[in-house]
Design a protein around this ligand. Structure first.
Ligand code: NOJ
Length: 553
């Protein structure tokens, strides 16, 4: 493992990169990405030698690759301790972890502990033998007790099982029955899974829908309300966010802390707290950060392109976090449309829309990589990947199969390595599991790898700057511009061995020249910028359209 100069916990300093393994790289020609494909492409992510052609990320979050019938693309697990043959073998997983570590890349894996697959032997036993030792491992009821909804089916979350002559709870798809976390034997079985992977050497976990683990003990109905996304017209007070869930976070923390000796080998817990309410997400850090290390804040995922809205979301998140907790930010993940497409103007010529989308992607990247908190990137955002148009029959996402306009697959298309017919993701004679973007686009690694002015070059510049400048990772953040004129700006401030280091970040969200507030920005040296040369002295009074300017002082 690379040694770091920083004394902060590694996960606070790290840039994370999410890989959706089905879509990153196919090494065996079956049209589906796999673990060996990731191993083959590690140098692209970080070769461990500070090569300027590497992206320079510090940690991977890999979406599930466990044995699964793939009813929800691997978020339905039938064996937590094995790798699905589609993705490789357990030895490939071991090799992937050590190949990452050899390059200084940490690995967190995606544990789905709220539910299993209906093919998991635990569920099979629970369904067929109510009096057996697994009889109480899932949530069963003689009749539908409440109005809870299955998110991926848009129907009641209670499903009839012929064998047991009872209903079981599954709040995603019917093939994902929820385990009974109130049962100590279930907890122990899940903690055993956690230990198994920690022993294998992973550096932590992304914990799928951790805020859904515990359900109301009286199974009460949720009140209805008028918000469709993401709440499905219900206030989720009885099927999510029950107070007892925090005890589980603390128990998980106790286990993972046993495997951590120094800030440099913390085993990090990152919870997917599925809500758009930052206050709820913040609460999962516990008191003084004794529960999760980080809970995802999804406010950016639903944010329109508006500097003021981002300003407010950032301030809201900082204010919501308990003392001692550490922020994180993300713009895209495998459940949402890609932000490149979200921020593309709806109207105008094709060239105009593409030009503005690219300019906005640069602004967004600078925001994500310079704001105080751990950034999570989603594979392909660094090359400007967009949502991929899909025909109905091409959709594999269970949600999209029911309502095609909601399909999450549009943001899950294969990584674009080159401009060829299958984008270099798989051989050209192996149809990829989802269509790749039409050939010829510049949004591919090969086209951008040697071009410092490309979006990929911009991400590399920002990631390197973050690595070189402790102030960008750990420095305090003082807002300079509140976004009201579509300019967002902050100062990152940090004492260093020679005094203090200040870095000023200025982001113009508008496609017009915009004045900066008087007296807020002194002269500085350009550390990175979209319109000015690095090393130049600058005392800007205004920003050009979509300009990003990062100054050292
Ligand atoms: C959240 C995951 O991110 C999503 O992809 C999945 O469908 C559900 N949890 C169910 O596991």
């Amino acid at each position: 493992m690379n040694t770091r100069e920083s004394t902060a916990p590694w996960w606070q300093d790290a840039v994370f990169y999410q890989i959706y393994p089905r879509s990153f790289r196919d090494s065996n020609g079956d049209g589906v990405g796999d673990l060996r494909g990731i191993i083959e492409q590690l140098d692209y992510l970080n070769d461990g030698k500070n090569n300027t052609r590497s992206l320079g990320i510090d940690a991977l979050w890999i979406s599930p690759f466990f044995r699964s019938p793939m009813r929800d693309c691997g978020y339905d697990i039938s064996d937590y301790k094995d790798v699905d043959p589609l993705f490789g073998t357990i030895d490939d997983a071991r090799e992937l972890i050590s190949a990452c570590h050899a390059r200084g890349i940490r690995v967190i894996i995606d544990l789905v502990l709220n539910h299993t697959s209906d093919q998991h032997p635990w569920f099979q036993a629970s369904a067929s033998d109510p009096d057996g030792d697994k009889g109480d491992w899932y949530l069963w009821a003689p009749r539908r007790p409440n109005n809870w909804i299955a998110m991926l089916e848009l129907k009641s979350a209670w499903w009839w099982d012929e064998r047991r002559q009872a209903y079981y709870l599954a709040t995603f798809s019917r093939e994902q029955p929820e385990v009974n976390w109130r049962n100590p034997a279930v907890r122990e079985a899940m903690y055993d899974v956690v230990r198994f992977w920690l022993e294998m050497g992973v550096d932590g976990f992304r914990l799928d829908v951790i805020n859904w683990f515990i359900k109301d003990d009286r199974l009460r109905s949720n009140p209805w309300h008028f918000k469709a996304v993401p709440d499905m017209f219900q206030k989720h007070i009885y099927d999510r966010n029950r107070p007892e869930t925090l005890d589980i976070c603390r128990e998980l923390r106790e286990i993972s802390d046993k495997y951590s000796n120094t800030p440099d080998d913390d085993k990090v817990l990152v919870g997917e707290v599925f809500t758009d309410d930052a206050d709820i997400a913040a609460s999962y850090h516990g008191n003084g950060n004794d529960a999760l290390h980080m809970a995802f804040n999804f406010e950016f995922l639903w944010q329109k392109w508006d500097a003021r809205a981002f300003h407010d979301a950032i301030q809201h998140w900082y204010a919501a976090l308990p003392e001692g907790a550490w922020p994180n930010f993300t713009l895209s993940n495998h459940d949402q449309p890609r932000h490149y497409s979200r921020y593309m103007p709806a109207f105008g010529t094709r060239d105009y829309r593409q030009r503005i989308a690219l300019a906005r992607a640069r602004v967004a990247a600078a925001m994500l990589l310079t704001v105080r908190g751990t950034p999570f990137l989603y594979y392909g955002e660094e090359i400007g990947m967009q949502n991929v148009p899909l025909k109905r029959h091409e959709i594999q996402d269970p949600l999209g199969q029911r309502l095609s306009f909601l399909t999450r697959d549009k943001g899950r298309a294969p990584m674009q390595w080159d401009a060829g017919a299958t984008a270099g993701f798989c051989p050209e004679d192996a149809p990829p599991w989802l269509p790749v973007r039409p050939a010829g686009t510049q949004a591919n690694v090969e086209a951008q790898l040697d071009d410092p002015d490309s979006l990929l070059g911009w991400y590399r510049t920002l990631i390197r700057l973050r690595r070189q400048e402790p102030a960008l990772r750990q420095g305090q953040l003082q807002m300079l511009c509140d976004g009201s004129k579509q300019v967002l700006g902050w100062r990152r401030h940090m004492p260093d061995e020679t005094g203090t280091r200040d870095i000023v970040v200025l982001l113009n969200f508008a496609n017009r020249t915009t004045p900066l507030p008087d007296g807020q920005v002194d002269t500085g040296t350009v550390l990175a910028g979209t319109h000015r040369d690095t090393g130049e002295a600058a005392h800007p009074a205004e920003l050009l359209p979509h300009e990003v300017l990062i100054l050292g002082q």
